[in-house]
Design a protein around this ligand. Structure first.
Ligand code: PMP
Length: 318
């Protein structure tokens, strides 16, 4: 579907997968005016196809759009794009355990204009790809590298938006993490508080059963995190969303006040953090059972094996 400042949203259509023709002066290629989402479609045992809290992705795309001076796609158009894709490509939604069809909605400035100003012509696309189980042979704890030299987003920047530039900024620190023998990188925010991983939010479990997750204006508000925290609250756990200074993490692990650390996002759902490495520092992280229990509950809801008490599922094929 296309958008122009004069005509608004127009020309919704389904077309065969293939290259996009772009003018070499298209604004997205020069100024990175681009946003996206990540969401999955799940096949239930009866064959029906469902997605998870899609209106949250739609609204997050709108928030990202505002920050990137792009037009807001109406929620209903977003949902319609998911339904139409599944109507033609529903056979691609796999039925294996932990498998899904990964959906990638994205929007970019296609106007050919080299001046720096919000583009007057924009395109919204949705593509999809079958995704196998993220973990084979059981969920494995990840090791993470603390990036103290690089940030993915600064104060007043685009951290809370899902825009390509944040991911571009995370590539070098992510390579640094690999060089240090780690799977992922964890960033600090502008105040030196724990922020998030390149593509996942972080949650700490304290010994009294409280779940603490970093809050700042530069964190991407994860839908998985919100859901996991809700499920924990349903079980009577307390939840705190607040700034988490780095020393609180280190001291909490050392004193035994923090009993579990995990990361969460659409791709891996929930993964325990097994090791935190930083320059001159390595710390094995405590592991427990809560992260995996909550992961099990959430995936049971997503795959239709547990009751969807919060009304989180949206059927896409009917
Ligand atoms: N933080 C970042 C930077 C991400 O890219 C993602 C993945 N979208 C998340 C957190 C987790 O968000 P969600 O649970 O909505 O996938």
């Amino acid at each position: 579907i296309c958008w122009s400042a004069r005509g608004g949203w127009h020309r919704p259509r389904v077309q065969p997968y293939g290259p996009i023709a772009l003018d070499p002066a298209a604004a997205v290629l020069h100024y990175g005016q681009e946003i996206f989402e990540g969401i999955k479609a799940y096949r239930h045992a009866d064959g029906s196809i469902h997605t998870f809290r899609p209106e949250h992705n739609a609204r997050r795309l709108q928030r990202s759009a505002r920050r990137l001076a792009l037009p807001e796609l109406p929620v209903e158009y977003f949902l319609q794009s998911l339904r139409e894709l599944v109507a033609v490509d529903g056979d691609w939604v796999p039925s294996g355990a932990d498998q899904s069809l990964y959906l990638r909605p994205f929007m970019f400035a296609k106007e050919a204009f080299l001046g720096v100003r919000p583009a007057q012509k924009v395109a919204y696309y949705l593509i999809a790809s079958p995704a196998g189980a993220y973990f084979t042979g059981g969920v494995k704890p990840v090791s993470i590298w603390l990036s103290e030299d690089y940030a993915r987003a600064g104060r007043g920047g685009t951290g809370a938006a899902k825009t390509g530039g944040n991911y571009a900024a995370s590539l070098l620190p992510q390579s640094e993490a690999y060089e240090k023998g780690c799977d992922q990188v964890v960033f600090l925010d502008a105040d030196g508080n724990v922020e998030e991983l390149g593509g996942m939010n972080v949650v700490f479990v304290t010994k009294d059963g409280t779940l603490v997750t970093p809050q700042s204006e530069s964190i991407l508000e994860g839908i998985t995190r919100d859901s996991i925290l809700q499920l924990a609250q349903d079980r009577g756990h307390r939840v705190e969303r607040r700034a988490v200074p780095l020393p609180e993490w280190r001291d909490g692990v050392a004193s035994g006040d923090i009993v579990e650390v995990f990361a969460c996002g659409t791709a891996a759902v929930v993964t325990p953090i097994g090791v935190l490495k930083a320059a001159g520092f390595e710390d094995v992280q405590p592991t427990g059972t809560l992260a995996l229990e909550l992961r099990g509950h959430l995936t049971d809801i997503q795959y239709g094996r547990a009751e969807d008490t919060h009304g989180w599922l949206t059927r896409l094929d009917a």
